[in-house]
Structure formats: structure tokens, C-alpha cells
Write a protein of this length. Structure first.
Length: 275
């Protein structure tokens, strides 16, 4: 009942605000769990601290992309399914690929393998949902795949927090969670969103076909998250001073995202004109 007719879809830039409130709610929840854990030394709050700390930024980003989806044609149920099922399924496909192409050292070559494997692993699940839902709007592609990327990022961060917490103590765990939280602004969610928008940009209103995956336009755009991911994991310590490299990579990712959002709004204008 809230999905507008195609000719009624707004073509102006959306003004998202809900994602910031969601972020604030999750941040306050994290703060209370932190107080329970460290001020009152209650270990029962630790699992909640890990989960909320890992979900706060990816989930807030997902809400941002949901607000930017001008066609408003994807339900919360579908988004939740892609977040939970799509996110965990992409982790499984990635682990399967790593069992075939293992990475022993995270040097330059290893970082490239990680970038390729993880982005291809997410792509496998992305293809399923794009094929199933057959979206024709670029903005749909951004949202669908941001949901999968957000799930991937959230569950992966929770795993890192738990593992480093058990190995090195809770102080180190908090440091890992904080770093992965702010860095997730420009990692799995944004990388996956670029891939999803690229697929829909290429296929348009057609059903997804194999030829779309070999389309030069898609391959060029898909190369962006692969390259960004690979460089992100490279041991380029000189460029990591003050997190400069990560900040630059985040900015590059969001330049592509805002460009794709603009392309999505222009697409709606063209569809409206063609009515």
C-alpha cells in the first residue's frame, strides 16, 4: 500500500533520517551493555555487547539504503531475509571458495585472493536474489545487495570480536569492534552495493542471464569492489598511518555509490518520460 505507481516515484534526492535514529538507538544500547559488562563486571552482557557492537554500523547503513530506495517496492520482510539468510549464505560460499583457494599469508598476493574470493562469494548469493526478485531499478540493486553485504559484515565482525576477545582479552576485543565498526562504512556493505547496482544497471528490466555477467560494463564496475577490497587487505603499512589508506578507500567507494544513486534517479526519470 506504500509503493507508489511508477509515474509517481519521486526523482528528487531522498532525505534519509531514520538510519541516524537507528544508529543512535543501537549506540545507546551498546553503551548500556558496556556499562553492564565493565562497570558491573557482569559477563552475561558480553554476548549482547559483541552482537550490538558488530551490527550497529552495518544495520544502520542498510536502513540508509532502504530509505534511498525511491520506488519503495521491497518489503521489510524481504530485506530481513536478505540480511540474515543472504548475509550468512554469502559467508558459507566464501568459506567454500577459501577451502578451494586457501590464503596462507596476507601479503599482496594473498590480499588479492581475499578480495576476489570474498566478492565472488557474495556475488553467488547476490545472483540468487537478483534472479529471484528480478528488479529493474538500479536503486533496488543497491538495496538488495547492501542487505546481503550488511549481513556479511555484521556476522563477520561478531566472529572477529569473539575470536580476538578470547585470544587477547576484552580490551583488545573492544578495539577490534570499534575499528571494524567505523571501517564498515566503506567495506562489505558499500562494496556489495556497487556490485548489485552494476548487475541491475546492465540487465535493466530483463531477467538475469549469463551474458549479463560477461558484459563489459558489469565487469568494469564489479572490478571496483574487488580492487578496493584487495587494497584494503594489503600490508601497505606506510599508507596506513592515521588510517589514511582506509579513509581514502572509503571515500572512493562512496563516490561510486553516490554516482550510482544519481544514475538510479535518472533511470526513474527516463522511465517516467517513456510512459
Amino acid at each position: 500500500m506504500t509503493t507508489p505507481k511508477e509515474e509517481e516515484i519521486s526523482t528528487s534526492w531522498p532525505k534519509p533520517w531514520l538510519f541516524s535514529r537507528i544508529f543512535l538507538i543501537l549506540a545507546v544500547t551498546y553503551l548500556f551493555l558496556y556499562v553492564c559488562t565493565y562497570m558491573f563486571h557482569n559477563p552475561n552482557a558480553l554476548p549482547g555487547l559483541i552482537v550490538v557492537g558488530s551490527f550497529v554500523v552495518p544495520f544502520s547503513l542498510l536502513i540508509f539504503f532502504w530509505e534511498m530506495n525511491a520506488p519503495r517496492n521491497l518489503s521489510i520482510y524481504e530485506i530481513a531475509k536478505m540480511f540474515f539468510i543472504g548475509g550468512t549464505a554469502s559467508l558459507v560460499t566464501t568459506l567454500i571458495l577459501f577451502s578451494i583457494v586457501p590464503v596462507y599469508n596476507l601479503n599482496v598476493g594473498g590480499a588479492i585472493i581475499v578480495g576476489v574470493v570474498e566478492e565472488v562469494g557474495k556475488l553467488v548469493i547476490i545472483l540468487y536474489f537478483i534472479k529471484k526478485l528480478n528488479p529493474k531499478y538500479i536503486l533496488n540493486g543497491l538495496l538488495i545487495v547492501a542487505a546481503i553485504g550488511a549481513g556479511f559484515a555484521a556476522f563477520e565482525s561478531a566472529g572477529y570480536a569473539f575470536r580476538f576477545g578470547t585470544m587477547n582479552g576484552t580490551d583488545f576485543m573492544l578495539s577490534v569492534m570499534f575499528d571494524r565498526a567505523w571501517m564498515s562504512i566503506g567495506t562489505h556493505v558499500s562494496w556489495a552495493a556497487i556490485t548489485g547496482a552494476a548487475l541491475v544497471y546492465v540487465k535493466k528490466a530483463e531477467p538475469l542471464k549469463g551474458e549479463h555477467l560477461t558484459d563489459a560494463k558489469f565487469l568494469k564496475l564489479f572490478a571496483v569492489p574487488v580492487i578496493l577490497h584487495s587494497v584494503w587487505d594489503m600490508p601497505l603499512y606506510l599508507f596506513q598511518v592515521f588510517n589514511l589508506m582506509y579513509i581514502v578507500l572509503i571515500i572512493i567507494a562512496w563516490i561510486f555509490i553516490f554516482t550510482l544513486i544519481h544514475a538510479g534517479l535518472k533511470q526513474i526519470v527516463r522511465l517516467n518520460v517513456g510512459q
